[in-house]
Design a protein around this ligand. Structure first.
Ligand code: FE
Ligand code: CA
Length: 476
């Protein structure tokens, strides 16, 4: 397929990848041509050029366009010999000084292959967003379960550990025509969560031999770059520079966060456990350790400065596009989940302080990971959930991945957490956010049946955030 990403006022990244019909039959270096046009028929070509697809980067192609006009839609395609790719549609961001009157964002996450068809992406194309924020778990590293009861589909790939495995896994997902169409329909901005590498990994800590895990992580990150419309500057060995900011004129400043690479190990997680799990604060003093971070010190400081800049420049909406639930969940059992922000309470408090101190005009957090829709008034103090709201949160459900809980349990959580305005685990889909200078409107979209490729879609709920008033309100 084709994709585009990270729109700036003068440019955007174009992406494709060459796959040979016979494995190994492509030369090490292949020159690909590309064209950008005003019109779908490519009568008015505004830019064209060549790019090199290298075997060392899986014959992926990344073109970083410059010199485009702000706030405009374009069409693009790639050519190799007499082969022409499908046509993609992309757009640039508005001029930095401009206050656009509208932006439609879509936010989505978690697309486990076996758990559902990608009907959500078909409906998303019809909803015509300007930008898709993908918030993690683009792939899952697992082999398909032996017991296929209740699954939408299976694949034959083994549990991914090598570069070849991760390339094949990304290629599998990108073989889905609905996902291909969604990438071709508008630019995306992507971040990752754990399953792009390994379930519940934290920084350099994963399962098994530490050296082998670092090699696996390096391979997984490279495959991620090879399959995403990211700038080459993200390949910043030994790490991966993923956290970044996208500005939509004065209307929205979007801070894309990396909550995996720099985080400390989940509190009181045993090195041999298969996942992060949950703990009770009394059993786990390390949970409160102020030195523990979700973003790492450098990214925390970068975000603090970004929020200060948002406040100074009077950006209308500061968007924190991160991967998981930010607001607290006080469970009836007294357990705290250790993989979400509940597992990093001191780091969450520092971010809340940063928002309170700089006071950007409106702060909205978007997330994923939990495979549930959560809509929250973000309380200024997590232990006083009925206190004043500091920000608004929309944690989106999954494209296909199952939630692993029941609505009864989720209802019990919601009853104990007055800042939680909606909690639903039974819906797959995505969120739309319509931003204007006066209000933010979130529309939660749910599939009728994720096991069907031809599933219909419905609107589960609508919430509005008024400019200058933190906290979502349910709309008709
Ligand atoms: Fe997930
Ligand atoms: Ca996850």
């Amino acid at each position: 397929g084709v994709a585009s990403g990270d729109p700036a006022p003068q440019g955007v990244v174009l992406w494709t990848r060459l796959l040979p019909t016979v494995p190994g039959s492509l030369p090490d270096s292949v020159t690909v041509r590309w064209e950008v046009a005003d019109d779908e028929a490519f009568r008015r070509i505004v830019h064209h050029g060549t790019a090199t697809a290298l075997a060392a980067l899986g014959h992926s192609v990344h073109v970083e366009l410059t010199g485009l006009a702000p706030d405009r839609w374009y069409h693009y395609r790639f050519m190799l010999g007499d082969a022409i790719s499908r046509t993609g549609r992309t757009r640039t961001a508005p001029h930095p000084g401009q206050m656009p009157n509208h932006l439609r964002l879509a936010f989505a996450s978690c697309q486990r292959w076996e758990h559902g068809h990608y009907a959500a992406w078909r409906h998303l194309c019809a909803d015509a967003p300007d930008l898709v924020l993908f918030l993690g778990d683009y792939i899952y590293e697992y082999a398909s379960p032996r017991d296929t009861t209740g699954l939408a589909r299976v694949h034959s790939l083994r549990h991914a550990t090598t570069l070849a495995d991760f390339r094949d896994r990304h290629a599998l997902h990108k073989s889905d025509r609905h996902l291909q169409a969604a990438h071709a329909s508008c630019p995306w901005a992507v971040t990752w969560d754990d399953h792009e590498v390994q379930n519940d990994y934290a920084g350099s800590a994963g399962k098994g031999d530490p050296t082998a895990f670092l090699a696996l992580r390096t391979a997984a990150w490279q495959a991620f770059y090879e399959h995403m419309p990211l700038r080459a500057s993200s390949l910043a060995a030994p790490g991966f520079a993923l956290h970044r900011r996208l500005d939509w004129g004065q209307l929205a400043h979007i801070h894309l966060l990396d909550t995996r690479q720099y985080r400390n190990l989940q509190a009181c997680r045993s090195p041999r456990s298969s996942g992060a799990g949950a703990t009770r604060p009394n059993d786990c003093p390390a949970l409160q350790d102020p030195a523990r971070s979700m973003l790492g010190p450098a990214q925390e400081q970068w975000l603090d400065q970004g929020l200060a800049l948002d406040a100074r420049t009077r950006a209308r909406w500061s968007v924190l596009a991160q991967t998981t639930l930010f607001s607290p969940r006080h469970y009836p059992s007294g357990l705290h989940s250790t993989d979400t922000w509940d597992g990093y309470p001191a780091a969450r408090q520092r971010l809340l302080h940063s928002i309170a101190r700089h006071a950007p005009r409106n702060t909205v957090l978007l997330g994923g990971d939990i495979h549930q829709n959560y809509v929250c008034r973000v309380p200024a103090h997590p232990d006083r959930p009925d206190g004043p709201a500091l920000a608004s949160e929309f944690c989106g459900t999954s494209i296909s991945s199952r939630s692993g809980t029941t609505q009864d349990k989720v209802d019990a959580v919601a009853r104990r957490n007055p800042h939680v305005l909606l909690a639903r685990c039974d819906q797959r889909g995505y969120g739309l956010a319509d931003l204007t200078p006066a209000r933010w409107t979130t529309i939660l979209r749910g599939l009728d049946d994720p096991l069907r490729e031809d599933s219909g879609i419905h609107t589960l709920a609508r919430f509005v955030v008024q400019d200058g008033k933190a906290g979502p309100e349910r709309a008709a």
